[in-house]
Write a protein that binds this ligand. Structure first.
Ligand code: HEM
Length: 417
């Protein structure tokens, strides 16, 4: 096998969750092969080419070009619905963000309409208003473990914080948080290229059934929360269907915590692995917002953004792409692009970053980025202020990573302080 084929095969193994190896040297080798690299179609369709975008400038070009690329292959050719290939949706299931019509998988005016309905609740200004409550939640979680001198940073801190925040915004009762965690993490872990754990379908169904019941309950007793606001919009009749409502709620729950938990947990791990950067940050906590951007760039939660599909025959960086081809933008590779970042493979918490792609780019850029940024800021500042001696309590090589298609995380992170 040639070197190029070998690198591509390893990257695909990594993306399908089969390999747990550190991918960054593979991404560097991939960038050496070019900015647009052909790969065997990860969905197994031999009639459609697939490509990986490895570098920053090409990635931003593709992600902002909604005229020539779409997230919705069914808008090009009816039969090529890749989600249908990954999850066959039984007729009686309520729709979820994955099986139904959610903003992340559609383009054009429908995307704009759905995104507009919730965008006010995710502006940086609105998020600043939530900061005191996020602070209270972070403090409450540390109060529970402080006297013990140790905790699992994933289970006790990184995981519950974002789920409590998004659940309170939406109006999801506390007693249901655990189920949401179970469904969301099973779905995140169960989906990958060419991979679908048999349990995913059941978890999606349970998640959808639950959300439908919650909406029915809330209809009789609207409150001051985002789900109640969306129900009112749906009941007005024109702007949101019930299918879209359920898809939207499940999307906000799913997108709103798994990734942010990973930012907090992986970010902490990156700091433990770079003790001089951890010390730099501890001695100047005002650097935390800058450090959050660097942690997102250096090893953010998302490996790639959702695939794009070419709407026409076209050319990118001299490479011919055919209508219907799948394009996978590897944001983790673009974020280490040596043509854009000096010493791109180094972590520098004081680095000033003009742009990274951890939240994607263009019209599908992460809606929740302002929330994730405030949560990251509060989480790291509170952790380092209250537990300045926090350190890993197992050797770094024993820490268990979970590498999956869309996100990367840790199953646990034992620390002492
Ligand atoms: C560190 C945390 C987070 C990361 C790294 C992250 C990453 C991303 C990325 C890369 C995309 C773009 C997907 C694409 O273009 O295909 C995205 C979209 C999205 N994110 Fe996040 N996200 C985070 C937190 C959140 C939070 C807290 C929410 C809140 C609900 C959220 C809601 C969404 C939504 C609704 C979309 C779809 C936007 C659209 O299609 O227009 N995310 N996210």
């Amino acid at each position: 096998m040639s070197h190029a084929a070998n690198v591509k095969e390893k990257v695909l193994g990594f993306l399908s969750g089969k390999s747990g190896e550190n991918p960054f040297h593979l991404f560097a080798e991939l960038r050496d092969l070019g900015s647009v690299v052909s790969i065997p179609n990860p969905m197994g369709d031999p009639n459609k080419n697939a490509w990986m975008i490895t570098k920053m400038n090409t990635a931003t070009k593709v992600l902002k070009d909604s005229k020539r690329f779409t997230v919705d292959p069914a808008s090009i050719e009816k039969e090529s619905g890749f989600r249908q290939e990954m999850v066959s949706d039984p007729d009686d299931s309520p729709d979820t963000f994955f099986t139904g019509k959610s903003m992340v998988f559609i383009d054009g005016i429908d995307h704009k309409r759905l995104r507009m309905l919730v965008s006010k609740a995710f502006t940086p200004k609105y998020m600043e208003g939530l900061r005191p409550r996020i602070q209270e939640i972070a403090d409450g979680l540390l109060d529970q473990v402080e006297s013990k001198g140790e905790m699992d940073l994933v289970k006790d801190y990184a995981y519950p914080l974002p789920i409590i925040v998004i659940s309170e915004m939406l109006g999801v009762p506390k007693e249901d948080h655990e189920n949401l965690q179970i469904w969301s993490s099973a779905i995140a872990k169960g989906l990958g290229w060419g991979k679908q754990d048999p349990s995913v379908q059941q978890h999606l169904k349970d998640f959808g059934d639950y959300t439908k019941r919650l909406v029915e309950k809330k209809r009789t007793h609207l409150e001051d929360d985002l789900i109640s606001q969306l129900i009112q919009i749906e009941e007005e009749g024109e702007r949101l269907s019930e299918e879209e409502l359920i898809s939207m709620i499940t999307l906000l729950i799913f997108a709103g915590h798994e990734t942010t938990s990973n930012l907090i947990a992986t970010g902490s791990m990156m700091l433990f692995e770079h003790p001089e950067q951890l010390e730099k940050l501890k001695s100047n906590l005002e650097l935390v917002p800058t450090a959050v951007e660097e942690l997102l760039r250096f090893n953010g939660p998302s490996t790639s953004v959702g695939p794009r599909f070419a709407k026409e025959d076209l050319e990118i960086d001299g490479q011919e792409i055919k209508k219907g081809d799948m394009i996978l933008v590897l944001v983790k590779s673009a974020n280490r692009d040596e043509e854009v970042f000096t010493e791109s493979e180094e972590l520098d918490v004081s680095r000033s970053i003009h742009r990274h792609l951890a939240f994607g780019f263009g019209m599908h850029m992460c809606l929740g980025a302002p929330l994730a940024r405030v949560e990251g800021d509060v989480a790291f500042t509170t952790l380092l202020k209250r537990l300045p001696n926090v350190e890993l309590s197992i050797p770094p090589e024993k820490v268990k990573w979970q590498f999956t298609l869309s996100t990367q995380g840790l199953s646990s992170l034992p620390v002492s302080f």
